[in-house]
Design a binder for this molecule. Structure first.
Ligand code: NAI
Length: 704
């Protein structure tokens, strides 16, 4: 990690070199300041070019420094930018690859900017619950105009340089480079031209000196604020971003800068930003596998077989096709195969109609897909993903046949959600090549992929599964083998607790409302109605045989005995009108619950909303702690990631384990003790996991 300093005649070239994205860490900032000082003092140097050593300019602040004093340690980013802006010699920013966040702010402090047309620019701070803190909201409106700048700051989305360069009157770029190959030389030429202009008596152009206004400021900012407030929900940052752009139009530059920095610092302290930053780091951490020996390389996956063309098989096939992977879809019957192929085709046709697929891409995707009824057609595939009925006998037959026909080194994966992967692996002669790929429904839309590691799964196969997941743009989390893996295993006590709340006095709508207010898109009962209540029924029946120690409420069984399986049967915890998804509270269910309470002798009480939320969340947390204790998940942040990407846990709350950390683990254990001791309390359910008890004793946290 360093900064390179080279001379090209009278131009000093300063290249930031902190791979892979040139994060502006303290060390880089210090080195950049030194290099700028060197250029200032060298009488031979007339101008400076600032660029990335590789193709990327900079992705901005080093997020690992966020929330630590290092972020503010001098020179901080604002000081570095001020130094660039005050430089007596012209400084050119040469932007390639990515210029985001602090990286873009640094460029805005330069006197001139040149970018490759495909360079991605963004101020993504709102995605971390923040606003730009080093002048982004003050300089960008001056460079681009108020409206385009506000769009960038509020959305956090990346835009290509060529798009921004087309904005009439923009002052963001002085020039677009022909391409990455010529960027450096064109930037040096621009620096020379800048030095010549200076020698001819022109002042150095600085964005801070430009005017910033909007012809209908009052109306426009009112409109923008209303729109943004509606979309931002509980997040304060996007609305603050609107305020700051408005400040740029109303206050002198230095005042605006001070207000922006103050807002940035306040938001940095907010729980929402802490949660979003945690989620961001969790995503990065999840790809690291602690015991992966160095030098392990993923196997090459050029083609994939998908076995079973039902709901999951088709969704998985779509994900693979979207990433350009050839897929052979295998079924037992022509009719089922035709149905599957037709549904995949229909998916892509809809995408085309909606403009999400370019003409030509439809044929491209479909050309990669073929159907088969014959295992022999899978012989050359590098990987097979099984998504047949959830039945061990059927899985056995499929895995034995796959093992017999597939070439040595081919990987056999199962999408099972409840069965023992190690038993499935034992049906083959290659248990080291068997892995679980647990997709979520709808598989082509859901981000989460649990990569299930069997006891014999080899490192190479695990690495291949992770690489494939990344290729098809999934968030991969490694899970050990256990009933339900990480996500569904935690869901089980969550749903059991939800049913206990019905016994004690809640209605399904009350429970759902409390969880939806907390931030889940759907409470547990609406979710169960969507997924199908028969799944839980089947799991309870299995538990009663295999794990009789687990206590279930029979209220959900009573519901299923009425055939109320959810949306698909038009009735579940709620009533549904044909063709609609609105959940209508059901008098039948209310009566069923009341009868059940009477049968088990519970006098209903009003359960406070806070208790509903705590009981469901702490049910997740306690099971999460057991998952950590047993090494099923490698780290607490993996569990958070599973809930954030697969179960609708609100992003700005950071996941269940982060939530528990925020609450304080002593408080968590204490609340569980109170639940255990309450009337109808369940001491077994609320027995704190050992892992949790150990952390409480040590004053620790789940997430480090
Ligand atoms: P599904 O019933 O929609 O599809 C299963 C398909 O497999 C059917 O088209 C059937 O004809 C085919 N099939 C059955 N035996 C076969 C065999 N021997 N060879 C080839 N094809 C065969 O089931 P779904 O929902 O797609 O589930 C499949 C697997 O995915 C199950 O293991 C399930 O636990 C798992 N899963 C399901 C999720 C869901 O939400 N539906 C989520 C995650 C995993």
């Amino acid at each position: 990690m360093t900064v390179h300093y080279d001379l090209y005649g009278e131009v000093a070239l300063i290249r930031l070199d902190n791979p892979p994205m040139n994060g502006l860490s303290l060390a880089i900032r210090q080195a950049a300041v030194k290099a700028l000082e060197q250029a200032r003092q060298d009488p031979e140097v007339r101008a400076v070019v600032l660029m990335g050593a590789a193709r990327v300019f900079s992705s901005g602040a080093d997020i690992k420094e966020f929330g630590s004093p290092l972020a503010f340690q001098g020179p901080n980013l604002s000081q570095l930018i001020a130094m660039v802006e005050r430089s007596p010699k012209p400084v050119v920013a040469a932007l390639g690859g990515v210029a985001m966040g602090g990286g873009l702010e640094l460029a805005l402090g330069c006197h001139y900017r040149i970018a490759t047309p495909d360079c991605s620019l963004a101020l993504p701070e709102v995605k971390l619950g923040l606003v730009p803190g080093a002048g982004g909201t003050q300089r960008l409106p001056r460079a681009l105009g108020v409206e385009p700048a506000l769009n960038l700051v509020v959305s956090g989305d990346a835009v290509k340089a060529e798009q921004l360069a087309a904005i009439p009157g923009q002052r963001l770029f002085d020039r677009l480079a022909a391409g990455a190959e010529t960027l450096r030389d064109e930037a040096i030429a621009l620096a020379r031209a800048g030095a010549d202009a200076q020698a001819a008596g022109q002042p150095l152009p600085r964005l801070r000196d430009l005017p910033c206004s909007h012809p209908r400021a009052d109306g426009y900012f009112h409109f923008a604020r209303t729109l943004v407030k509606g979309k931002a929900g509980p997040l304060p940052a996007p609305v603050k971003a609107v305020d700051l752009v408005e400040t740029a139009t109303r206050s002198p530059f230095d005042e605006g800068m001070a207000i922006e920095f103050q807002s940035f610092r306040l938001l940095m302290e907010s729980p929402e930003s802490a949660a979003l930053r945690h989620a961001f780091l969790a995503e990065r951490a999840a790809s690291r596998i602690a015991d992966m020996p160095p030098g392990i390389r993923p196997r090459d996956v050029q083609s994939v077989a998908v076995v079973g063309a039902g709901t999951m098989g088709c969704g998985i096939a779509i994900s693979l096709l979207q990433a350009g992977l050839p897929v052979t879809l295998l079924e037992t019957k022509q009719e089922a195969l035709d149905r599957g192929l037709a549904s995949i085709r229909q998916h892509f046709e809809t995408e085309l109609r909606k403009g999400r697929l370019k003409p030509g891409q439809l044929d491209e995707r479909l050309a990669l897909l073929r159907g088969s009824l014959d295992y022999a057609d899978l012989a050359q595939a590098d990987l097979a993903i099984e998504a047949v009925f959830e039945d061990m006998g059927v899985k056995e037959s499929v895995f034995r046949q796959l093992d017999a026909v597939m070439k040595p080194g081919a990987i056999l994966a199962s999408n099972t959600s409840t069965l023992d992967l190690d038993r499935i692996a034992a049906f083959t002669q290659r248990p080291q090549d068997v892995v679980g790929l647990h997709f979520f429904s709808p598989a082509h839309l859901m981000k989460l992929l649990e990569v299930v590691r069997g006891v014999q799964t080899s490192h190479e196969v695990l690495a291949t599964a992770m690489a494939l997941g990344k290729r098809i743009r999934k968030t991969c989390v490694v899970s050990g083998v256990c009933d339900g893996f990480i996500g569904n295993r935690m869901l089980d006590p969550y749903l059991r607790q939800a049913a206990f709340l019905l016994e004690e006095g809640c209605s399904p709508a009350e429970v759902d409302r409390a969880m939806e207010k907390f931030g889940f898109p759907m409470g547990p009962f609406r979710m169960s109605d969507m997924a199908g209540n028969d799944i839980g029924w089947y799991i309870r029946q299995r538990h009663r045989l295999e794990r009789p120690e687990i206590r279930h409420s029979a209220v959900a069984d009573r519901l299923c005995e009425l055939g109320r399986f959810g949306q698909k049967t038009g009735a579940g915890w709620y009533d549904y009108v044909a063709g609609r998804r609105d959940a209508i509270p059901s008098p039948v269910v209310q009566q069923l619950i009341e009868q059940h309470r009477q049968a088990i002798g519970i006098v209903p009480r009003r359960v406070p909303e806070q208790e509903i939320v705590q009981r469901l969340l702490l049910a997740l947390v306690n099971e999460g702690a057991r998952i950590l204790e047993q090494g099923i998940a490698a780290r607490a942040s993996d569990i958070d990631l599973v809930y954030l990407t697969g179960y609708g846990f609100p992003a700005w709350r950071g996941g269940p384990m982060h939530y528990a950390d925020q609450l304080g683990l002593f408080e968590v254990a204490e609340t569980m003790r109170q639940f255990a001791q309450a009337p109808n309390g369940d001491a077994v359910f609320w027995q704190p996991a050992e892992w949790l008890q150990r952390l409480v004793a040590a004053g620790g946290r789940f997430n480090g």
